[in-house]
Every structure is written in C-alpha cells, then in structure tokens.
Design a protein. Structure first.
Length: 437
C-alpha cells in the first residue's frame, strides 16, 4: 500500500495540473466554436497544430529535464540538478530566439502544408502571429515544469499550471469579448499566460535554489560529457516528438480534405483525446519521477514497483475516461459548439474517441518509464515504427472507410506505440545491478 499511496500522492496533483491544459484548449475551442462559422474553429485547430510542432516539438526540454533531474535527485546530487536545469534553460531561450527570427516563413509554410479553406488559413495566420511572441517563455516553462517533476515538487507544478491557465482563460475572454480581437485575441491570451507563467517559474527557481553550493563555474555548465548526453537525449526525444506531431498533422490534413465540417468535428473530438492524454500522463509523469529516482539510486526493486503500480492506476484511469465519454460524450460536444452540422458530424464518430483511452494508455505510461530512465533511443525507434504503421493504415482505411477509417488508423497508431515500447522495456531493468538496492 505504501507504493500505491506514493504513486497517488505524486500523480494526483499532476493529473489536476495536466487537466488544466485541455480545459484551456476546450475554452479556446468553445470561444471559436461560438463565432459566426466553422472556419474560425478550423483556424484555431490549424493554428494550434502549428504550435504543437513549434512548442511541443521541443518538448524534450521538459522530458529530458525531468529524466536527468530525477536521476540526479535520486542520487542526492544537488550540483547536477542545478547544472542540468541551467543548461536546459539556456537551450530553451536559444531555440525561442530562433523561432522568433524565423516566425514568418515558419507560419506560412506550415499553413500551406496543413491546407484548409482560404478562410480557415486566414484565421490560422492571425492566431499564430499573435501567439508566437511568447516562444522563449513557453519553452522555458517546459524546463521549469521538468525540474519540478524531477524533484517531485508536484504541488508546485500544479500551482504553476493552474496559474498559467487561469491567466489564459481570463485573457481570452477579455481579448475576444471586451477588446474584440477575434481569433488573434485567442492567440494573444496564450502568449500573455506563458509570460506570466515564466515570471512565476523564475521566482520558484530562485527561491528553491540549492543552498551551500559553490558559485557556477564555466566548466560545470559546459561540461563536455554532460553536453554530449544532453544533445543525445534531446535529439532522440525531438525525433520522437516530431513523429508524434506528424501523425496528428497527417490526421488533420486528411480531415481537412473532407471539408470544414469534418475538420471542425475531428478538432472537437481531439479535445477528448487531449483530455484523456493529459489526465493519463499524470501517471506517466509520476513514473518518470519514480523511475528516474530509482535508477539514480540504482534500486531495482523500486524500479519494478514504480512500473507496476503506475501501470495499474493508468489502466483504471483509462477505463474511467472511456466510460465517461460513452455516457456523456454527446453532451460534451453540445457544450463545445452550437453549429448543428459540426455537432452531428462529431457525434457520428464519437465511438472512436470513447474507445481511444483503453488503447492509448499503454503507450502513454511506457513513455514515462523510458523518459525517467533516459532510454530515449528506444522511444525514438518506437515512434518511428508507429508512425510508419499509422501512415500505412490511413492509406488503407481512410479511402474506403472515410472518416471512420481515419479514426481506426489513429487507434492502430496508438496501439502500436504501446506494443513497440513493451518489447523494449525489459532492457531497462537489465541495466540495474540486481544487488544494488
């Protein structure tokens, strides 16, 4: 029971923190969905997908930081905790500066590739150009979150995420309904929240800095072996994340080819996927922290218990999401949009969204295990294989099956993630000496 209490004590605040993210996405969707036509909702969907690539594409800043910090935390190496965070922050701001410098070609290229009607693309541009100015802050927030999770300060992670999303929700209502900024107001609200969130994160970093350590030395920050490991981890996670985002870009592209109503309906249903992913990722994040700490302490028993207990609670959570979607999915769709055509289309494909949690959960949880262990090469290989399976399945099923076939291919992709990672998982335990605990 001790391990169950420990996992829940870590996971519950993370689940709450994570669920604030899709609530924000749902608010954005609801605001756009109640504007004059479906093109506004499509514009937010395409713009949001662009930032999935630009920001989530650099999600290694969060995941890599969590794994490295958790292992240093488990080994009680406070100096390594500090240096890993500092290196990640420098990288985050450098990437953010490059994104700002290249914003116009990035946005134009992405929108042309994603497609959609002229009206959808126009709204997507407005959203992207308003939101992108917070790129350095958004990326630095990933590092702060990774540090909080890696050091098991999950309550502060919850406070930080609630603050960011509360600011965002207030700002989107203010910018859209009071200032009448339209779709640009939705993007500007997210940018404002990212800036406020980083200000709070910087305060936490200073307040909770390790005491009694010598001042930073240049050699510590730019240690060749540490930098080489950081580059390898970030490269693998970047490719893994790029493949994941490419799968959803491909899904959205094929959705757009079926018309604005189907694109909008699939965007609504992806909110179901996002709610579920963020909720179940709470257990995956708990696995990251516990697995990383176990490997840092070289404790094989702790590693095994962390994996088994987080997997049990993840499975129960997935079943709960599926039951809620089956029972209340139609009502949720009705709250997200008042457009009859979009509502009808979304309800037609609701069953796929309700089935997704029990298929997706295994990949989500094992992602956390491999990130905590910093076994990022296996993560990359697994996602490359799964993406290839998804593209093949979508070509085979989306043509004759239409949108039903497209959703079936997406669930095949989710299942492939779990299967491939499960094949690699025994390698982690074999790397821990049996007599180290």
């Amino acid at each position: 029971m001790r391990w169950h209490r420990r996992v829940l004590a870590l996971a519950f605040p993370i689940v709450l923190a994570n669920l604030t993210q899709p609530i924000l996405g749902a608010v954005d969707t609801a605001v756009a969905g109640h504007l004059t036509n479906a093109s506004y909702l499509g514009g937010v969907a395409l713009g949001g997908l662009f930032f999935n690539f630009v920001f989530w594409g650099f999600g290694f800043l969060r995941m890599g930081t969590t794994g490295l910090v958790a292992q240093a935390f488990g080994a009680s190496d406070r100096a390594s905790v500090r240096s890993n965070v500092a290196r990640a922050l420098l990288l985050a701001f450098a990437i953010g500066a490059v994104v700002l410098a290249l914003q116009t070609p990035l946005i134009e290229y992405a929108i042309r590739v994603l497609g959609g009607s002229a009206a959808v693309q126009q709204h997507a541009r407005a959203y992207c150009h308003a939101r992108i100015w917070a790129a350095p802050f958004a990326l630095a927030n990933y590092v702060v979150l990774g540090w909080l999770l890696g050091t098991q300060r999950v309550r502060l992670a919850l406070v930080t995420q609630v603050l960011i999303n509360a600011v965002n929700i207030v700002a989107v209502l203010l910018y859209v309904y009071r200032f009448d900024w339209g779709i640009a107001g939705i993007g500007a609200a997210t940018a404002s929240a990212d800036a406020v969130g980083f200000a709070f994160g910087a305060y936490l970093l200073w307040r909770l800095r390790p005491r009694g350590l010598p001042a930073f030395a240049r050699g510590e920050l730019f240690d060749a072996a540490a930098l080489k490991r950081l580059v390898a981890i970030n490269r693998d996670i970047f490719i893994r994340t790029l493949c994941l985002l490419s799968s959803f870009a491909w899904f959205t592209h094929l959705s757009a080819r079926q018309g604005d109503a189907t694109l909008a309906a699939n965007a609504l249903l992806l909110n179901f996927q996002t709610f579920m992913a963020y909720g179940l990722d709470g257990f995956a994040h708990a696995a990251e922290a516990l697995v990383g700490a176990a490997l840092g302490a070289r404790d094989r028993h702790a590693f095994g218990r962390a994996v088994k207990v987080t997997m049990l609670w993840s499975a129960l959570g997935a079943l709960g999401f599926s039951l809620v979607y089956w029972a209340a999915g139609g009502w949720i769709i009705g709250q997200l949009t008042d457009q009859p055509a979009v509502r009808a289309s979304a309800r037609t494909y609701l069953g796929w969204a309700a089935l997704s949690p029990v298929i997706s959960v295994w990949g989500f949880l094992l992602d956390g295990v491999f990130i905590g262990a910093t076994r990022t090469r296996e993560l990359m290989v697994s996602m490359v294989i799964s993406l290839a399976v998804f593209v093949a399945a979508s070509w085979a099923l989306a043509g004759p099956g239409g949108n039903h076939g497209l959703w079936a291919a997406l669930l095949i992709f989710m299942g492939a993630r779990g299967v491939t990672l499960a094949r690699f998982a025994p390698r982690i335990a074999r790397g821990i000496p049996p007599d180290a605990a």
